[in-house]
Design a protein around this ligand. Structure first.
Ligand SMILES: Nc1ncnc2c1ncn2[C@@H]1O[C@H](COP(=O)(O)OP(=O)(O)OP(=O)(O)O)[C@@H](O)[C@H]1O
Ligand SMILES: [Mg+2]
Length: 463
């Protein structure tokens, strides 16, 4: 039999040992913490880490991607090793700083003076016990930046936001432009038809250099677009949504669609080509609009023909897509959806449009695309045939005179310049013949009109 006193004594000493061990452990931990703290206190440098994935482990961090783009663009010449990968669409190569490297960057801040920062591109591998459930989980990349503590505020308040901003600009520049169009399709369960965007790579060769029009008007449009693109602070300051509306009007073949492509290439914006006839209602229009992203041009071609949204349809309560829906689309919703969007309407008949739809403030600029006049012709001749006025002085003179009298669209002029490309002289002569024919037709039509007028006035009928 064990004596109960001995039992208690045994338990007591076991407890004392356990308490002793715990105390020792806590001491070690606190000593460690203490040492770490002293170390941190004495270490003049601090670090910030930017992980590749967001906390949810699924989405790649926008900040990480911006840092990667920033370092690749602005610091790549300072590192010995780069890596090249194919872009997602496998059409382009993408160069970035290779892993396990140190990259130095400097920055000057008015308050704290010049700072040197050390970036590290690192890859971390999870311990072997971790079960990998997703592709990409087998390694995680991160960027770590180390700098002197005295720059803490400057790095957090100005250097890192600047890296983010510049990195995002680099990403925007490198990305391929997209052309979105809306169409009706089955939803994923195959139960309902819905309207949604699909996209292809936008590759239109048109630029402002190739667009034939009055150079002064062209320059004014380019200035306007430039001011818009760089106007983020201005729009914020005056409390306006960061958007701009353009109405392009003019006869067929005068370059309205070409102008939109030139705008997209110039601004490096995506294009959303909104087909109104496929939009069943205001709410569909609204959801399509909400899905558009910033840095984009939303286009509605032939707005007068797309849908009957004149004022009369306001009263037509049966119409699902209404003028007021359109007006909301243009102004009301902008403020809710961030900014940097341009909206462009094109039409052959400006007069047919409801004034409410195109009043200034909704459509800020009305741009007339007109028939081909001499300045535009010179540009087309240069683009298509690589010729200048002085080389074909006489023919150019003749064409100049005819273009004053005859309305021919740039599309038609371009067509004549294309047909006999190898023989420049023949091309120009063919154009002169076409212009003369058009002039004859115009003169004949005019004469006929006059005859009708004269007979109309005298009450007789033309024989
Ligand atoms: N101003 C222009 N400068 C250069 N090329 C032009 C111009 N206008 C027309 N073209 C040429 O003519 C073709 C047709 O032009 P575009 O489709 O831009 O005309 P549009 O005004 O949109 O016509 P529509 O009213 O029929 O839609 C283009 O492919 C382009 O090559
Ligand atoms: Mg067009």
């Amino acid at each position: 039999m064990v004596d109960s006193k001995d039992l208690w004594a045994g338990l007591g000493s076991a407890l004392a040992v356990i308490v002793g061990l715990i105390t020792m452990f806590l001491n070690i931990v606190s000593i460690r913490l203490f040492i770490n703290r002293i170390g941190a206190f004495l270490n003049p440098y601090m670090q910030i880490t930017i992980h590749e994935y967001e906390d949810d482990g699924v989405e790649r961090s926008e900040f990480f991607l911006a840092v990667e783009a920033y370092l690749s663009k602005y610091c790549a010449n300072k590192v010995p090793r780069l890596k090249a990968e194919l872009s997602n669409d496998k059409r382009r190569t993408h160069v970035s700083v290779d892993d396990e490297q140190e990259i130095q960057d400097t920055f000057t801040d008015g308050v704290s003076g010049g700072a040197t920062l050390q970036w590290y591109a690192l890859t971390v591998y999870p311990s072997s016990q971790v079960i990998i459930s997703r592709p990409g989980d087998e390694k995680r990349r991160l960027y770590r930046v180390s700098f002197h503590k005295k720059f803490r505020a400057a790095v957090l308040d100005s250097y890192l936001p600047n890296v983010f901003e510049k990195g995002r600009d680099v990403i925007a520049k490198n990305r391929q432009l997209r052309l979105y169009s809306n169409s009706a399709g089955w939803n994923t369960r195959g139960t309902d038809v819905m309207t949604c965007w699909s996209h292809v790579v936008f590759k239109h060769p048109a630029t402002f250099d190739t667009l034939a029009m009055d150079p002064k008007v062209k320059e004014a449009i380019m200035d306007d677009l430039r001011a818009f693109k760089e106007g983020k602070d201005y729009y914020a300051k005056v409390g306006k949504a960061w958007k701009r509306g353009y109405l392009l009007f003019g006869p067929p073949g005068t370059g309205k669609s070409t102008m939109i492509a030139a705008m997209a290439n110039f601004l490096e914006y995506d294009v959303y080509d909104l087909e109104l006839t496929a939009v069943e209602s205001n709410s569909v229009l609204r959801s399509l609009f909400i899905e558009t992203t910033g840095k984009s041009i939303i286009v509605i071609e032939d707005i007068d023909r797309s849908v009957n949204i004149t004022s009369t349809s306001k009263e037509d309560y049966g119409a699902k897509l209404t003028l007021s829906g359109m007006l909301n689309f243009i102004d009301g919703l902008w403020s809710a959806c961030g900014g940097e969007r341009i909206i462009v309407f094109t039409t052959n008949n400006k007069d047919k449009l409801d004034p409410a739809l195109i009043r200034r403030g909704r459509m800020d600029r009305h741009i007339e695309m007109s028939y081909c006049r001499y300045e535009a012709f010179k540009m087309l001749a240069n683009n298509y045939l690589h010729i200048e006025e002085h080389q074909f002085f006489e023919l150019f003179g003749e064409i100049q005179q005819l273009l004053e009298e005859v309305d021919m669209s740039p599309a038609d002029v371009a067509e004549h310049l294309l047909t006999k490309r190898k023989d420049t002289d023949a091309c120009l002569k063919a154009l002169v013949v076409a212009l003369k024919n058009a002039k004859d037709d115009k003169d004949k039509a005019k004469a006929k009109e006059q005859v009708v007028e004269i007979h109309g006035e005298t009450g007789g009928s033309p024989s």
